[in-house]
Write a protein that binds this ligand. Structure first.
Ligand SMILES: NC(=O)c1ccc[n+]([C@@H]2O[C@H](COP(=O)([O-])OP(=O)(O)OC[C@H]3O[C@@H](n4cnc5c(N)ncnc54)[C@H](OP(=O)(O)O)[C@@H]3O)[C@@H](O)[C@H]2O)c1
Length: 258
């Protein structure tokens, strides 16, 4: 039996930033299980190697590349390494991001720059470097380019201690829609997934605490869902079935913004 066409990524080459942990590691596994060759990108080589080994053990194809999304030279080198291994990257998941647990009056100017560097400049560099290479590889004719930006529900609703983080995620969402418009006739779709709160390294301290349990009790469904809730929307957006979807923002939050 063949794979479901909505989720079949056989022949695709996907690059996932921030694939060394959390949501990104799960995205890489899901893309590999759907048939894509996957490039796992981040700064921590040891963590990336663990994720690649897990994908290979499950029968998937993956490599790790060192990439600092805030750095243009590092980003270009990561795409070079990806191409050398698997060919042109046609599926780009701009997932790498950082957060702080500080309220606005506790944020330093350095904190503000740190959040913007990964969450806005990083998404910009990851998407534009990939788009240049995709166009050179014929995306206008093949219409095979896919960019998925991982935003956050904090771009929509004000949650505690997310002022600048949420602002960077609103910027990333805006960037996604603008790139979708600019690249509409270049054969590259750009969409945004806005996750709600899920457990990861980023949120481990919060959800390991009593305050975290109280916070979960404020959610409409008073529960945490597994990050695998994000996989079906991601695979759909990356697949041929989504060739008519660009500039969309899909929120996956178990109702947390309601
Ligand atoms: N967990 C949630 O509840 C939640 C909710 C909404 C949105 N999100 C978003 O989902 C994305 C993934 O977050 P997560 O929860 O999975 O957090 P996480 O476990 O802390 O993962 C963040 C990833 O980003 C990478 N990263 C950070 N800075 C980087 C840089 N300069 N260059 C390259 N990679 C970098 C990290 O890898 P290295 O340190 O190895 O480089 C790590 O793999 C983020 O964009 C986050 O804002 C998360």
């Amino acid at each position: 039996m063949g794979r479901d066409p909505h989720y079949d990524l056989t022949g695709r080459v996907a690059l996932v930033t921030g694939a060394s942990s959390g949501l990104g590691a799960g995205f890489a596994k899901a893309l590999a299980a759907a048939g894509a060759k996957v490039v796992l990108a981040a700064r921590r080589a040891d963590k990336l190697a663990e994720q690649v080994a897990a994908i290979e053990a499950a029968g998937g194809q993956a490599i790790a590349v060192s990439m600092d999304v805030t750095d243009e030279t590092s980003t270009k080198a990561a795409y070079d390494a990806a191409e050398a291994a698997f060919g042109t990257v046609d599926t780009i998941v701009a997932n790498a991001g950082v957060a702080t647990e500080k309220t606005a009056l506790g944020l330093s100017v350095d904190d503000v720059d740190y959040l913007h560097a990964a969450n806005v400049r990083g998404v910009f560099l990851t998407a534009t470097e990939g788009a240049r290479r995709l166009e050179a590889a014929g995306s206008r004719e093949k219409e095979h380019g896919r960019v998925v930006i991982i935003g956050s529900i904090t771009a929509e609703k004000i949650f505690p201690a997310t002022s600048v983080y949420g602002a960077t995620k609103a910027a990333a969402r805006h960037l996604g829609k603008a790139l979708a418009r600019e690249w509409a006739r270049r054969g590259i779709s750009v969409n945004v997934i806005q996750p709600g709160y899920f457990e990861s390294e980023m949120t481990a301290d919060l959800f390991g605490s009593e305050a975290g349990a109280k916070f979960v009790a404020t959610f409409p469904r008073q529960r945490m869902r597994p990050a695998s809730d994000l996989h079906a929307p991601l695979l759909l957006l990356c697949s041929d079935a989504a060739r008519g979807i660009t500039g969309a923002v899909i929120t996956v939050d178990d109702g947390q913004t309601l």
